[in-house]
Design a protein around this ligand. Structure first.
Ligand SMILES: NC(=O)C1=CN([C@@H]2O[C@H](COP(=O)(O)OP(=O)(O)OC[C@H]3O[C@@H](n4cnc5c(N)ncnc54)[C@H](OP(=O)(O)O)[C@@H]3O)[C@@H](O)[C@H]2O)C=CC1
Ligand SMILES: [Fe+3]
Length: 466
């Protein structure tokens, strides 16, 4: 379990790397970090309130009083909650000049006016405080799941102290990222408290679309028959309506992913340069395209599963046997309609292919897979196959709807069938894309993306500079 293969043992750098690291606090984090340090070749000494009763301390580590432990190392990791920092002021003399590593996190964002690290630095002005390791969990340290992709955000006012802590992080097989002075500590402390920051907006968009489309389907498939024919079709709420909502929202989300890039291209064309910032909303939209795409994929999955259970549904079996009974009673066999045979097979085939390419695009957006392909390959899959997915899914919906949208009987209370709604944005996106790939526009966009600027733009910006 405790795999030490990630460690980079101390070799020939003893002069800059302290061999002994002191850890104050024998709690979850202190013990896990101590064990990892031991595995990576450091000797570890714990400073504890009860040095003799600390049976949980990893084998090979020493456990002493805070004062005794502090004397053994120039670097002291404070694995104690901020609320208990006060006792450290009594140790100010022995801690003077030492590097104190603040690894603490808070329970809430901006819980205190100043960061824990700045608070610690204020308590012990004679020490060099470095913020680090708070983004690494005790569990990750213990389970051996750490690797170089795990980043450790580090900040501190003393460059040497910071470098010494970053060296320890590297020795543990982690990637330290220098975030500057202790002023960055607050942001670093807030970082692990963020709850899926990139997912918030896509989830809102998805939830709002889901509710709106659900209500729309409810009106035309449940309320309309109830009001006009006194028919109870409320059972449709369980499978039929969700199985309309999922593909519709999925297709709209997928189209929204590509709409952002198209709007960006139009803005660049209009401005004649790529060197001016996009509006904020477009920046945010561009940044959450992956999340929007993955939500769309999740909905497509649900649509596929909901469609597969069709044959076992009571309602479908009833409709099917009723259809056969009608033929039996009237003693006639309805002839095979070649038109509908083609339509239904094409519709299913387009759905399967669209879903397949959607899964391929989704898989390559995962970091572990994305890292294994080069930029061109990634671009090919995300852009070309992504558009292919959009074309196939839109065609799937178009064929499903067939020519129904032209018949007034399908307009209940003058509302178009739900599939018509799902086609508006995708068709607009595909039409826009079609216009933008016309050679005259496509070449201009390529030139702009390679750094070309329109003449008037250059004159304008140079006159601005003057
Ligand atoms: N657990 C985790 O995954 C992570 C934790 N952290 C941070 O690490 C710090 C410690 O967390 P964790 O190990 O989980 O907490 P624990 O409660 O498990 O351990 C805290 C330790 O602090 C010491 N302590 C408790 N009260 C006092 C006191 N009044 N005076 C002096 N020392 C005291 C104790 O050690 P002793 O009895 O030896 O004195 C205790 O074991 C926190 O700031 C937390 O935010 C950061 C990242 C991840
Ligand atoms: Fe479908």
């Amino acid at each position: 379990m405790n795999d030490s293969s990630n460690c980079f043992p101390l070799q020939g750098m003893e002069s800059v790397k302290p061999k002994t690291v002191c850890i104050f606090g024998t709690g979850d984090f202190g013990r896990s970090l101590g064990l990892k340090l031991l595995q990576c070749g450091y000797s570890v000494v714990f400073g504890s309130r009860n040095p003799n009763s600390s049976s949980l301390v990893p084998k090979g580590a020493e456990s002493l009083s805070h004062t005794e432990a502090a004397k053994k190392s120039a670097i002291i990791v404070i694995a104690i909650h901020r609320e208990h920092y006060d006792f450290l002021t009594d140790l100010a003399d022995v801690l003077k000049g030492k590097v104190l590593v603040d690894i603490s996190n808070n329970l809430k964002m901006n819980q205190y006016p100043e960061s824990n690290a700045e608070y610690l630095a204020g308590l012990l002005p004679g020490c060099k405080v470095v913020k680090a390791f708070n983004t690494v969990s005790a569990w990750a340290l213990q389970s051996g799941t750490l690797d170089a992709s795990r980043q450790v955000l580090v900040c501190g006012n003393d460059a040497e102290a910071k470098e010494a802590v970053m060296e320890i992080a590297r020795s543990l097989g982690l990637t330290p990222l220098d975030q500057g002075t202790l002023l960055a500590a607050k942001e670093i402390e807030n970082y692990p408290l963020q709850l899926f920051p990139m997912w918030r907006m896509p989830c809102y968009v998805c939830a709002v679309l889901t509710v709106l489309i659900f209500l729309y389907c409810l009106v035309i498939e449940v309320f309309y028959p109830a009001a006009t024919r006194k028919e109870d079709t409320s059972y449709l709420i369980v499978i039929t309506i969700p199985n309309r909502v999922f593909p519709i929202v999925s297709l709209i989300l997928l189209a929204i992913v590509y709409l952002a890039g198209l709007i960006a291209a139009i803005i660049q064309l209009y401005r004649g340069t790529k060197y001016s910032r996009f509006p904020d909303w477009l920046d945010k939209w561009m940044l959450c395209r992956k999340q929007l795409g993955l939500l769309a994929l999740a909905y497509a999955f649900l649509h596929a599963i909901y469609t597969l259970v069709m044959p076992i549904r009571y309602y479908v079996r009833w409709a099917w046997s009723n259809y056969q009974m009608t033929q039996l009673k009237s003693n006639e066999t309805y002839p095979l309609s070649n038109y509908y045979a083609w339509l239904s097979d094409t519709y299913v085939a387009l759905g399967i292919l669209g879903f397949f390419f959607f899964v391929v695009v989704g898989i390559t957006s995962l970091p572990s897979v994305g890292n294994a392909v080069n930029w061109r390959e990634f671009n090919f899959v995300q852009s070309k196959l992504g558009y292919l997915t959009l074309v196939l899914s839109t065609a799937h919906t178009l064929v499903y709807g067939g020519d129904r949208f032209i018949y007034p009987t399908f307009y209940r209370w003058y509302l178009p069938p739900s599939f018509v709604l799902s086609l508006i944005i995708p068709c607009a996106v595909l039409a826009l894309k079609f216009i933008l790939i016309m050679p005259c526009l496509d070449q201009r966009i390529m030139k702009i993306r390679q750094g070309w600027e329109r003449k008037s733009k250059i004159t304008n910006s140079s006159s601005l500079k003057i």
